[in-house]
Structure formats: structure tokens, C-alpha cells
Design a binder for this molecule. Structure first.
Ligand code: HEC
Length: 276
């Protein structure tokens, strides 16, 4: 593996191209082709709407709800969190790259110095801690959830741009991929069983969304008012197959988010959105 990787890196250097690892890109392209073949009426960009894209009535409901979102009040509170200075007078904008604008599509990224995946949530918590504040609990709707709704909103329209550009990054991606394809829980389902194999089918009352596009729009407001973060959604899907969920913000879910986000590369980010 190591030698193959080094050879690839050398070749990329030689050709003057930026280093993109073959594996993840092949995964992404293959899945897009698979979904295109299965759903010729849908454009790949439609996948950002998840399950809604498979049902015109739901899509129409989404469009009208998004014009006057019932969670507008939540977004105002989110902006309040963003603007409120830390005790030392500094703000998030002071501590994030580019003042926090048009950056969310770069996350999660693999940080070679920390040797781990850095999600937008961990970036924000690092910012809090560096400024003498206590970190927020991952997935807490009233604090971290709201804050990310505002911060991701500052990147609306940005194309997802996740990079897997080192051997260590590839290991994190592969770890996330394993979690996605491994059967788990008493029901013995993998994420892939539902979000690749059964996309467009109904499970009870719900249509199953494709993995492509799933990482573009977090947090969501389920039913228009209940804020749910991406990793909380992982927890719920794990619980639904009677698997003990991992901790939001832990390595397993961070790597899973890294994998999932890579697969949405090129798709436009939009936060926060309505879900049924
Ligand atoms: C038994 C089927 C099932 C399994 C297994 C499953 N999910 Fe889900 N998942 C659902 C259903 C149902 C929904 C709600 C409808 C939808 O959006 O697909 C959902 C929604 C989601 C969403 C939100 C999509 C959106 O746009 O709102 C994400 C992300 C997600 N699942 C990821 C995962 C991951 C990661 C795993 C593995 C840890 C997983 N799911 C396992 C059934 C499943």
C-alpha cells in the first residue's frame, strides 16, 4: 500500500497535478453512475434533497416551506450565538479561516498535524477552547447544532470540496467506508443496504435517500422545528437497526462523516433545510 501510494504521489508530482487518491474518486463516480442508471429522471444535483427528490409532492412542500421556514426563529438565535463575543472580546469570525465564510464545504478535512479528521464542529470547539470558553457538546441542538446552522449557512452555494490527500487521510476515509458497509445491529443492516441498495424504496412510511448528497445540508429541521445534526442522524439510523450508537464527535462517526462528505463532492451546500 505504502509503495503504491508513494508511487502515485510521485507520478502526480511529475505530471504537476494535485494529488487525488484514486480509491475515493472511483467510489464517488461509481455510485453516481449507479444512481444515474437507476434514476434516469433525476439529476445528480437533485440528490441533495434526499428522499424528497423521489416524490414530487414532498418536493413541492419543501419548496414552499423553505420560502418561509418555520425555523426562522431558530436561525436568528443561531446568528446570535455566532455574533456574541467570547469573554475575551474575540469572535468566531476572528478565529476561523476566511472569517468563517465559504469554508464549510472543505470540512471535514484530515489534519496531518493532529493526525485525525477535523469536522466543522471540532473546528468550532477548538476555536472556543483557544479563546478560553468551554467546548459545546456535539449534537446539542441548542448550542452546537444552532451554531453550525449559522456557520454552514455562511457557505450556502459552496460546492463540497473534501480532500483525501495523504495516506493517513485515506486510512480515515477507509475506516468511515468500513463503518458504512459493515452490517450492524440486531437487524444486521449496513448503512449501504438502505442508502445504496434500497434507495427510492419505502421503509415503513419513509423513502430511502441516496448516500450521494446526504452530507450537504446540515443541520436539518425535522418536521420544520426539530434540529438534528448529521452525527445525531447517524445515531438514529444505528438505533433503528438496534445497534448501540457511537458517540457524536468520536473517531468512528468523524471518519464516517469524512467518507460520506467526500461522496457529496461537487454538490452545492445548503444549510439549514427542512426534512419531513
Ligand atoms: C434500515 C434502513 C437504514 C439504515 C440501515 C440506515 N439508515 Fe439512514 N435513514 C434511514 C431512513 C428511513 C431515513 C429517513 C429518510 C431518508 O432521508 O433517507 C434515513 C436518513 C438518513 C440520513 C439523512 C438524509 C437527509 O438528507 O436528511 C443520513 C445522513 C443517513 N440516514 C445516514 C445513515 C448512515 C451513515 C447509516 C449507517 C450508520 C444509516 N443511515 C443507516 C434508514 C436507514
Amino acid at each position: 500500500m505504502k509503495t503504491v501510494f508513494t508511487a502515485l504521489a510521485g507520478l502526480a508530482l511529475l505530471l504537476g497535478i494535485s494529488m487525488a487518491v484514486a480509491g475515493p474518486e472511483q467510489d464517488r463516480v461509481k455510485l453516481i453512475e449507479q444512481f444515474k442508471a437507476a434514476f434516469p429522471d433525476l439529476a445528480t444535483e437533485d440528490f441533495v434533497h434526499g428522499a424528497l427528490a423521489f416524490d414530487p409532492d414532498s418536493m413541492a412542500q419543501y419548496d414552499s416551506i423553505m420560502q418561509f421556514p418555520p425555523f426562522a426563529g431558530e436561525l436568528e438565535m443561531a446568528e446570535g450565538l455566532w455574533l456574541t463575543p467570547f469573554a475575551n472580546g474575540k469572535t468566531y469570525a476572528d478565529c476561523l479561516p476566511d472569517g468563517g465564510r465559504m469554508i464549510a464545504g472543505n470540512y471535514p478535512l484530515f489534519d496531518p498535524l493532529k493526525s485525525r479528521v477535523v469536522t466543522l464542529e471540532s473546528l468550532l470547539n477548538d476555536c472556543r477552547v483557544a479563546n478560553g470558553e468551554a467546548p459545546y457538546e456535539y449534537g446539542d441542538p441548542a448550542t452546537m447544532g444552532r451554531l453550525t446552522a449559522h456557520v454552514r449557512g455562511l457557505s450556502n452555494g459552496m460546492r463540497m470540496n473534501i480532500k483525501v490527500d495523504s495516506e493517513a487521510a485515506l486510512r480515515a476515509y477507509e475506516d468511515g467506508k468500513n463503518t458504512f458497509f459493515r452490517r450492524a445491529g440486531q437487524l444486521n443492516f449496513s448503512c449501504a443496504n438502505c442508502h445504496i441498495d434500497h434507495v427510492g424504496n419505502r421503509l415503513r412510511s419513509e423513502i430511502l435517500s441516496p448516500v450521494i448528497g446526504q452530507a450537504t445540508h446540515w443541520p436539518v429541521f425535522i418536521g420544520g422545528d426539530r434540529l438534528v445534526t448529521l452525527q445525531k442522524r447517524f445515531e438514529r439510523c444505528h438505533r433503528d437497526v438496534r445497534h448501540v450508537p457511537d458517540q457524536a464527535g468520536g473517531t468512528r462517526y468523524d471518519n464516517l462523516e469524512y467518507f460520506l462528505s467526500y461522496l457529496s463532492n461537487g454538490l452545492p451546500l445548503r444549510a439549514a433545510v427542512f426534512r419531513k
